[in-house]
Ligand binder design. Structure first.
Ligand SMILES: *Cc1c(COP(=O)(O)O)cnc(C)c1O
Length: 294
């Protein structure tokens, strides 16, 4: 029987600019869970796959953009756990490194225009109404199963931290972290950093996923122009950090979060000597989506 249990290490990261600000930074290395079933996309997929298996489904149908970490994770996990996989890919027919690897893992790709892509359940019905083995997984693994899986980021922790930081796209991962921290009565401040422009709207999505009203902080000043947008200073930061530590960070999510931590630290936001954990949510193939910038 294949095990659905993957866990990831936590480690201190030594990067001079952070050390100079008087804080200790640690990473929960979800980027090393698996080379392709990476980061929070595995966390969000896990309970979907268990549920699909229990319902004797054999075909995962899901959705994503052309550089989607979720599609790559689903393709690799499908191959590993014996599911056929199909993905609806948003936008015109393209090829890139990520989609090629998805195909190597046996994923079938269906390109759909942006308008049709919006109605995911209709696409599923239209193509797979007669496939009794098909199982619908929303874009990015969205939903209650995804939030449940993300709680395991916290239940795996071996050490205590003053602050935990995590990147926010939909906020599902952050919600799982907040719920689990509450469950385990951790005395830790939870912070999210929005990768999207004007991220304040995300709060109501996050709050809907919380088991009860709970305190957290969402930073909305570090989107660098918006989702999958970047600026030269972020590209410089990625190169400086990765060349100094041997750890890659991605331009869409994790670099923005680490940049936020450094910026806040430089403004004395944290107490001196604070132990800060950043959840490295993976997503390193996002680097390939911006490869010409490096
Ligand atoms: C998808 C993704 C996120 C966003 O996760 P949400 O649960 O949607 O907030 C964060 N980091 C990385 C690396 C991702 O791939």
């Amino acid at each position: 029987m294949l095990s659905f249990d993957f866990s990831s290490p936590e480690e201190q990261v030594f990067y001079r600019p952070l050390g100079d600000c008087g804080i200790n930074i640690f990473f929960k290395r979800d980027d090393v869970i698996h080379p392709f079933i990476s980061g929070n996309k595995w966390r969000k997929l896990k309970h979907h796959l268990i549920n699909a298996q229990q319902k004797a489904k054999a075909h995962i149908v899901t959705f994503g953009g052309a550089y989607s970490n979720h599609l790559l994770a689903t393709a690799a996990a499908g191959a590993k756990f014996n599911f056929k996989t199909t993905a609806f890919v948003r936008g015109e027919n393209v090829t890139n490194e990520v989609l090629s690897i998805c195909k190597v893992f046996g994923m079938q790709l269906i390109f759909v225009d942006r308008e049709s892509y919006k109605n995911k359940s209709e696409l599923f019905r239209h193509y797979f109404a007669n496939d009794t083995l098909a199982y619908f997984v929303d874009e990015g693994g969205l939903g209650a199963y995804a939030e449940l899986g993300c709680r395991e980021i916290i239940s795996e922790l071996k050490n205590h931290y003053d602050y935990i930081f995590c990147s926010v796209g939909t906020g599902t991962t952050l919600a799982g972290i907040i719920n689990a921290s509450n469950q385990q009565q951790l005395n830790t401040q939870i912070h999210g950093v929005s990768a999207l422009k004007n991220g304040n709207f995300l709060k109501s999505d996050i709050n809907k996923l919380l088991t009860q009203p709970l305190k957290y902080t969402l930073h909305t000043e570090y989107d660098f122009g918006g989702y999958a947008k970047t600026k030269p200073e972020l590209i410089y930061f990625i190169k400086d950090f990765s060349s100094a530590t041997g750890i890659l960070i991605d331009p869409v999510y994790t670099a923005k979060t680490l940049y936020a931590i450094l910026d806040l630290a430089s403004k004395n936001y944290f107490t001196t000597g604070a132990n800060i954990l950043m959840v490295h949510t993976g997503g390193l193939f996002g680097l390939l989506g911006m490869k010409q910038k490096f």
